[in-house]
Design a protein around this ligand. Structure first.
Ligand SMILES: *[C@@H]1O[C@H](CO)[C@@H](O)[C@H](O)[C@H]1NC(C)=O
Ligand SMILES: *[C@@H]1O[C@H](CO)[C@@H](O)[C@H](O)[C@H]1NC(C)=O
Ligand SMILES: *[C@@H]1O[C@H](CO)[C@@H](O)[C@H](O)[C@H]1NC(C)=O
Ligand SMILES: *[C@@H]1O[C@H](CO)[C@@H](O)[C@H](O)[C@H]1NC(C)=O
Length: 953
């Protein structure tokens, strides 16, 4: 059975419907049940016979008279054993006891998790973001015994008392608390994903409140250290969302412990339950996943949302009844006379234990629900059964329904734990808006940003929060959404999520502002223990805090510019002045520059264009904004499907076929669907062109088509740039099928198709001869090696590019030598699958990523799109690579212009051939550098439509 995460993992193969569990298993179960029945009948029959025999054979009266019996055994009052009675009373006491309340203590000096020999560390010259909204300039931070002891100016350590304090001068870097991710599946869906380790969903029953993520957490998950390298120090690990009541969740710190004990990794390891409240968390889910996993897959309840609601209520009713029975037992027990005992033991069952605890207010409930009616149903259940909802997770509709959310009893403490901008992968995620967090914040509803790791890679949780700032959440609130806000929702805000004296020493030193694109930790501490090699911290050219002012300035520019473009709608003769940078094609013109367009044609782009200007032409002062070509999305499903999980919304998915018939090749142009919301969002992000292949599980996916994302129909003038562009092939584990059970058979098939058609007048022949490009989806280094060999031995002239390429950096030199380009998709890989195990995840774990290694070795690099919903982020994907450039000299370093080429001209080169480079005729006007997070696209220009302002919401 496939793992059901909370969203649909993006790089899973496209499968129709997941295969159900073997029917044989179910038949076997029912046979076992029947056999048990027969045995039971035989047993009952045998004991009946024995009983009758005994009655017939035994003497009629007992040898002891009644009074004799009473003399030997003094009368006992009826009831359970003394011990059972005592145990029950202890449970009553525990239920009624006043629980300790977790409280922040600024003079706390010990952390039960800290190793005894942890080094005292002093960070000098920091800008501290404390996670509670405060920015402290030029302070020092002292960590001792796993606790933050002092955050002050000029802490001196002359009097070290033999602590051997380590001093790190952070040279003005921003230092923050470690991030808190309140929705992760680390350890329960481990990396690399192996069937043997898929332990996140007890998918045998939709109601499994009694299972515990603690029992499944895999301490060797490669993801743990990768996620920590992004500055995440605490994660709530939840069961998946295949079940309505998925089970108990646990808060871990992401530091490996020498004992390898999961319990020692818990945030609350070693606390004293007399003084610290033991927090508990539970995971529920509603909506599509459960209907799919039971109704659709197994034909079992729940088939509908009605069934889901009933099952919730049925289970809650059982729990409520048990709670009443327990309370009745306790009050009866307390009213007993001396020596009296009750007839039955304290009523309890493992199955309902945590639900009863929830109803008693001792468990924090975290519910995965997306849509309005799902959220409202949950609110209704909470009112009916009188429990609180700690957080709705994902909840992509939440920004539309603050009133419904405020109907819960705990309306002042409920949190919406949501994605920054992940949307569109299924029906219930289709209302998602990147402005959702801002709208909720404005409605006074608390928002936490979470990863749903590995649905999104939690390593980049900070980037997710930074995006909410881009879309309007105030800077420090965006930062709190991954620190103190989730810490509070977990009930752990007295220890984690803030950087102040008395908190756990979970600390991140950032290389730049956490809200800047590509912000990366230089070092991460958990309980005062550093996780990575000591960083070399260089002097900064400029103060990070200026970034905030930049952002404010950029926001102002946007407003001025929006008005300007509004009045110029459709204009095809105009002047852009004060342009920060112009890139039309491969070359860069650094600003301040000018650009004139006359009657729809670019007449001049230069430092001085006065020669071409006419006093009557409208002029816009771009105030340093950039002009760049429309970005090109490749590798997506854009134009092929609107909602990937709903087949009716798209072309469909080609099934594996062994046909080598060149006439059978599918063309994406025949399945094109334009005017979708996905295309609209991509267009708003400055992506004006998409090149898309048919959706397929086949080795031959088909021929891609290039089209304008802004077009409404494929018959619109200029909608289709090229009806057929490249031949798309795909190999690897994800494409194993009955027809091609092995990767070797996949490669053999490709070899045969291309070599046998070398001289033929068909698309395989054209691909083999290099008349059209051949794009091969492949991740693994050895499979890439086979492609290199294939090209060198048989296909010298073919224009082959790798799509995916998670492990391509290991073959950078041979790829360059064979002139094979690599389209990294996504720009930053993860070792989620076994065939991508060697992926480079970036600093502080690896020096650079695949893009950096490939670029340094002169491989032509492009960046593709994995999630259609994230196409609008393409400029940031590329910008991340220049922002994290590595290499000793400028030739080796990815510049901003190089990064722009990854998503524009390099793609043109790969797909159309370097000779056929078309002159850029359309472009996008950005408020600033498109590779920085505070910039945004403002308007597009093309000869047909002139200037068109992009709406921002
Ligand atoms: C050093 O250790 C002593 C005793 O453990 C402690 O009181 C003192 O505050 C420490 N000083 C520093 C600078 O770490
Ligand atoms: C629910 O929250 C309210 C308000 O915070 C609180 O008064 C109440 O005790 C809570 N109930 C339960 C069952 O947790
Ligand atoms: C949110 O809270 C602020 C400050 O308490 C208040 O002024 C504002 O009216 C509230 N907004 C909404 C939508 O409730
Ligand atoms: C633009 O086109 C119009 C109409 O065709 C023509 O009259 C005008 O001269 C052109 N302007 C320039 C600067 O070429």
């Amino acid at each position: 059975m496939p793992a059901t995460y909370d969203a649909i993992p993006g790089n899973e193969p496209l499968v129709g419907s997941p295969s159900p569990p073997s029917r044989w298993q179910r038949v076997k179960n029912s046979l076992t049940r029947r056999r048990m029945g027969v045995i039971l009948c035989l047993l009952i029959f045998a004991s009946l016979i024995t009983g009758i025999a005994l009655v017939l054979l035994l003497p009629e009266t007992s040898p002891l008279e009644d009074h004799d019996y009473q003399r030997i055994h003094p009368p006992i009052k009826p009831g359970i054993s003394t011990r059972a009675m005592e145990e029950g009373l202890a449970k009553c006491q525990s239920i009624q006891r006043q629980k300790p309340i977790n409280q922040y203590n600024p003079s706390r000096t010990t952390n039960p998790r800290a190793p005894s020999n942890v080094q005292t560390t002093l960070l000098k010259n920091a800008i501290v973001w404390d996670g509670q909204g405060n920015v402290l300039n030029d302070v020092d931070v002292l960590m001792q015994d796993g606790v933050i002891r002092r955050v002050e100016k000029d802490i001196r350590i002359d009097d070290d008392n033999g602590n051997n304090t380590k001093v790190i001068d952070v040279k003005g870097r921003i230092v923050t608390p470690g991030l808190v991710d309140m929705h992760s599946h680390l350890g329960v869906f481990a990396w690399p994903s192996l069937a043997a380790l898929r332990d996140g969903n007890e998918q045998s029953n939709p109601l499994t409140p009694f299972v515990r993520a603690l029992d499944a957490f895999y301490p060797d998950d490669k993801g743990i250290r990768i996620v920590a390298s992004g500055g995440i120090t605490t994660s709530l690990v939840l069961p998946g969302s295949a079940n309505l009541m998925g089970g108990e969740a646990y808060a871990f710190k992401l530091r490996a412990v020498p004992t390898r004990s999961n319990e020692d990794m818990l945030v609350q390891a070693g606390i004293d339950p007399e003084t610290d409240a033991e927090e508990r968390w539970m995971k529920w889910a509603c909506g599509e996943n459960i209907k799919n996993d039971y109704g659709k897959l197994l034909g079992e309840m729940p088939v509908t949302r009605m069934g889901e609601a009933y099952l919730f209520r049925k289970e809650l009713e059982r729990a409520r009844n048990l709670l009443i029975e327990q309370d009745d037992w306790c009050s009866a027990a307390e009213n007993l006379g001396e020596g009296e005992r009750l007839e039955s033991r304290f009523p309890e069952t493992l199955e309902l234990e945590i639900l009863v605890a929830l109803l008693r207010g001792d468990v924090r409930l975290n519910i995965h629900c997306y849509e309005t009616h799902d959220i409202e149903a949950m609110v209704r259940h909470s009112l009916e059964f009188n429990f609180n909802i700690s957080a709705f997770h994902h909840a992509l509709d939440a920004y539309l329904i603050p009133d419904i959310i405020r109907r819960v009893r705990n309306k002042d403490t409920i949190t919406i734990a949501t994605f920054a901008d992940h949307w569109g992968y299924k029906k219930e995620a289709f209302n998602g808006s990147p402005y959702g967090p801002k709208i909720l914040h404005d409605a006074n509803i608390t928002v936490a940003i979470k990863s749903d790791h590995s649905v999104t890679n939690a390593q980049h949780l900070m980037f997710q929060a930074a995006k909410t700032h881009h879309y309007g959440v105030p800077e420090q609130v965006a930062f709190q959404s991954v620190t103190s806000i989730p810490a509070k929702a977990l009930g752990l805000d007295h220890r984690v999520g803030s950087l102040k004296p008395g908190y756990d020493a979970d600390v991140v030193i950032w290389d730049r502002s956490p809200l800047a694109l590509a912000a990366t930790p230089l070092q991460v501490f958990i309980d005062g223990v550093s996780l990575f090699d000591d960083p070399v911290i260089e002097n900064e050219q400029h103060q990070q805090s200026t970034i905030n002012n930049d952002a404010a300035a950029a926001a102002e520019d946007v407003n001025i510019a929006i008005d300007a473009f509004n009045s110029m709608h459709g204009e095809s003769s105009f002047v852009l002045s004060n342009v920060g940078r112009i890139m039309l094609g491969k070359d860069v013109i650094e600003g301040p520059a000018q650009l004139t367009v006359i009657n729809g044609t670019i007449a001049c782009a230069d430092q001085d264009c006065r020669m071409t200007m006419d006093a009557n032409m409208p002029t816009i002062d771009l105030k340093g904004g950039h002009v760049i070509p429309g970005l090109i999305a490749v590798g997506s499903k854009l134009g092929m499907v609107e909602i990937p999980s709903e087949r009716s919304t798209g072309d469909g998915i080609g099934q594996p076929s062994t046909s080598a018939d060149p006439h059978a090749i599918i063309r994406a142009i025949d399945g094109l669907k334009l005017g979708t919301r996905h295309l609209e969002e991509a267009h708003k992000g400055g992506v004006l062109t998409a090149i898309t292949a048919p959706m397929s599980n086949n080795i031959v996916a088909g021929l891609s088509t290039a089209f304008k994302t802004g077009a409404k129909s494929s018959l619109d003038e200029h909608a289709v740039i090229a009806p057929t562009v490249a031949l798309h092939l795909q190999i690897g584990h994800a494409f194993k099928s009955a027809s091609f059970p092995t990767i070797s058979s996949q490669i053999a098939f490709i070899r045969r198709l291309l070599t046998e058609n070398m001289d033929a007048n068909n698309d395989y022949g054209r691909a083999a001869r290099g008349e059209i490009a051949t794009i091969i989806t492949v991740e693994n280094k050895d499979e890439i090696a086979s492609i290199i060999r294939l090209k060198e031995q048989h296909l010298k002239n073919a224009r082959i590019a790798i799509m995916g390429g998670a492990e391509a950096h290991l073959l950078a030199y041979p790829l360059a030598k064979a002139d094979i380009a690599v389209i990294l998709r996504p720009a930053l890989c993860t070792p989620k699958q076994f065939d991508s195990l060697h992926c480079l995840t970036g600093a502080p774990l690896t020096e650079g990523t695949a893009a950096h290694v490939l670029f340094r070795n002169n491989v032509k690099v492009a960046v593709g799109v994995l999630y259609d919903g994230w196409t609008r982020n393409l400029a940031w994907d590329a910008g991340w690579l220049s922002a994290t450039a590595t290499g000793s000299n400028d030739k080796q370093r990815i510049t901003d212009a190089d990064a722009m080429r990854f998503v524009t001209t390099n793609i043109q080169d790969i797909f159309f051939g370097p000779q056929q480079q078309q002159q850029v005729s359309d472009f996008v006007i950005w408020s600033g550098n498109p590779l920085q997070l505070h910039s945004r696209p403002l308007a597009t220009f093309d000869p047909q439509n002139g200037i068109v302002q992009l709406t921002s919401s």
